[in-house]
Design a binder for this molecule. Structure first.
Ligand code: ZN
Length: 270
């Protein structure tokens, strides 16, 4: 072997006649027997192998991050939802541990087709609770779509019936669907029919659904409106109710803002 062919960081090991790496002192070549002939093949030395594995794992991580970024953009249609995460939880909502439980037991919840019905007064953090579940599942690579009926109705009201059905069916491509603010959408016959269609399609697919609403459980159970009754019936069967009674965050924020302004405008009175 002509040692002039060696690179700066390699040397010829006189014992086995193979080229070694001067950094990690492991072989960069291997002897293999092929058709009764011994042949030399190039391999990665220990340090090259380590560098290669690191590169592969970084590439995988980058791919995973891209996937999660894409999922978040696709599943969370409102940018404010990006901030609804366990990391941003101030501990104001005493029921928040259920959100962790849901995420931790996602596989079981999915197999059992079980969702949640988050109900309680306006501004108590129901959307935050649901958004935390969505973001935590998305972080695990699970497509958790969070939207609301106002948005769905706006989208489908301009579609023909075939496209409308396709759109509603497409919501079942998401293992978890979160519908925010059930009950505030228009109560027209068309709107209720579409709401039923979405809920029923989800119900029949046996995929979990999380719903937030300002309605009380009694209002949902005892509605005299037949169209609403068949919607709420399906929700109540599959979505386990959790009353969210956190502090009214919007009222708290308003109070804090008044305090801030009082400090800035010395003569301000509310
Ligand atoms: Zn090496």
């Amino acid at each position: 072997m002509n040692t002039n062919c060696l690179l700066k960081d390699e040397y010829l090991n006189e014992t086995d006649g193979l080229i070694y790496c001067s950094n990690c002192h492991t072989p960069k070549q291997i002897l293999i027997e092929l058709d009764n002939n011994l042949q030399i093949r190039n391999i990665r030395c220990k340090c090259r192998l380590k560098a290669y594995e690191n590169e592969q794992s970084e590439q995988l991580q980058r791919k995973q991050m891209m996937k999660i970024k894409f999922l978040r953009a696709n599943c969370l249609q409102d940018n404010t939802l990006y901030d609804y995460s366990f990391a941003n939880d101030t501990g104001i909502n005493p029921q928040m541990h259920y959100a962790h439980d849901y995420v931790d037991n996602w596989d079981k919840m999915k197999t059992s087709s079980l969702g949640l019905l988050l109900w309680g007064d306006v501004g108590t953090g129901k959307s935050f609770f649901a958004g935390c579940i969505a973001n935590a599942l998305i972080d695990k690579g699970i497509p958790a779509m969070m939207t609301n009926f106002s948005r769905i109705l706006n989208t489908i009201s301009i579609m023909n019936p075939t496209d409308r059905n396709k759109f509603i069916d497409s919501l079942n491509n998401y293992p978890l669907l979160i519908l925010d603010d059930l009950g505030i959408e228009r109560s027209s016959e068309f709107a209720l029919e579409q709401v039923f269609h979405v809920i029923d399609s989800r119900y029949r697919s046996k995929l979990p659904l999380i719903v937030t609403t300002n309605l009380t459980l009694n209002e949902m159970k005892n509605t005299s409106n037949i169209a609403k009754h068949r919607i709420y019936d399906r929700v109540l069967e599959r979505c386990v109710p959790i009353k969210i009674n956190g502090i009214n965050l919007r009222e708290e924020n308003a109070k804090n803002n008044i305090k801030t302004v009082k400090n800035i405008f010395s003569s301000y009175t509310a």
